[in-house]
Design a protein around this ligand. Sequence first.
Ligand code: XUL
Ligand code: CO
Length: 437
Amino acid sequence: MSFFPDVPKIPYEGSESTNPLAYRHYNPDERVEGRSMREHLRFAVCYWHTFRGMGGDPFGPGCAVRPWEDGTDSLDSALRRVDVAFEFMEKLGVPYYCFHDRDVATEGKNLTETNKNLDAVVKKLKESQARTGIKLLWGTANLFSNARFVHGASTSCNADVFAYSAAQVKKALEVTKELGGENYVFWGGREGYVTLWNTDLKRELDHLAKFLHMAVDYKKKIGFTGPFLIEPKPHEPTSHQYDFDCANSLAFLRGYGLDKEFKFNVETNHATLARHTMGHELTYASINGMLGSVDANRGDLLLGWDTDQFPTDLYLTAQTMLVILGQGGLGAGGLNFDAKVRRESFEPVDLFHAHVGAMDAFAQGLKIAAAIRKDGLLTDIVSKRYGSWDSGVGAEIEAGKHDFSSLETYMLKKGDADKNVSGRQEMIENIINRYIR
Ligand code: XUL
Ligand code: CO
C-alpha cells in the first residue's frame, strides 16, 4: 500500500529542470572537494514535524490533510506511521532521520507501558532501517510535552520529575543505540524559567549539570559511542532557556566539567532568536571544536518566534556549508530538517516540495561554498586584513614575547600606530554575489 501514490521517487534532473518534484542540484553521487554530496550533506528528515505535525498554531488546531491518520494515538497508528515515514524518506532519497521517543510511540498509563509501546515501534523502525538502508542520525527524549514537565525536567523543582526524566533518557539512549543512532541530542525543552520570584537559579543549573553527568556515565556504561549534542536555544518555551546560545552553553559545560563530553547541534532559527546569525553560531561552535550537527531551518524576520521554516536562502546555505567545509565536515553529524510546512501548505505533497527545495538549496550552497573556497579570494582578503600579525610586533605579541612595558617602549619610539585600511565590506558582498547563482 502506498501513502503517496502520486509521487514518484524524486529524480535528479539537473539545473535546467522545471519539474517541481525533481532535484536540480542534489545529485547524491556527484563529487565536491573529493567527497560525494550524500557524504557532505548527510540529510535527515525529522519525525516530529514531518510525521506528527498537523499544522496547529496558537490560534487554531491543525488542518493538515494526512489520510493515514485515524485521529487516534493508538499503537496501530504509530506502526502505520513508520510505513508512511519510510515510504516518504525512500522516495526523497535521504540517508537519515531523527526522532524524539514520544514522536514514534505514545505514552501509556505508566512508564512500564510507555516503554513497551516504544519497544514495539522501535522493533518496526529497526526492520524498516534494515530493509531500506535509511539510518538514524540521532535520537532524543521529549521531556517537555507531558504535563509532568510543566516546571522543567532535570531542572524541575519536583525531584520526582528529575528521576522520571533520568529513567526516560536512559531508555531513549538504549533505543538510540539499538537503532544504530549516530548521535544523541539534548535540547533544553522546558529547562529554563519564566520568573525569578519562584526560581532557585543556582540549584536548577546544578541539577542540569548533575543530570548531564549521569547521562555521560550511562553512555559509557552501555558503550554508546556517538557524540552527545546540546542544542542551544535562547527562549521558548521559557523566557530564559538555560542553553541560551553556543557561547553560553560552552561556558556552562566548562564550568561543570562537561565540555569534553558534548558538542553542539546548532539550529538556524534558534541562532536568530538569540539575535545571532547562523554563521556566527556555527563559527563560534566550530572554532571551539564543538560543531557536531545542524538543525537546518530558518525563521521569519517579521515574527519573533521559532517558525521552523524550510531553508531556501542560498546565502544561508552557502555560509553554513562554508563553515562545515572549513572544519572538514560534520563527522557523525548531519543536516536535519527541523522544519515544518506552513499551516497553509496542508497537502501531503507539500512535504515533498519542502524537502526537495531545502535539499536543493543546500546542494547549491555546497557548490557555491566549494567555488568560493577554490578561488581562495575570501581567505586572501581575511588573511591580508590580519597581515600585521604575521611579522614584526604582531608576530612577537602572538609568540608571547611582549608585556605592557615592552609595548609602551615600542610605541613611544614609534609615536603612533600604523594607519588602518578599509574593511571593504561592500566590495566583499559584491564578490559573494558573483558566486550566488
Ligand atoms: C525545539 C527543537 C527541538 C529539538 C529536538 O525548538 O528544535 O525539536 O531539535 O528536541
Ligand atoms: Co531543533
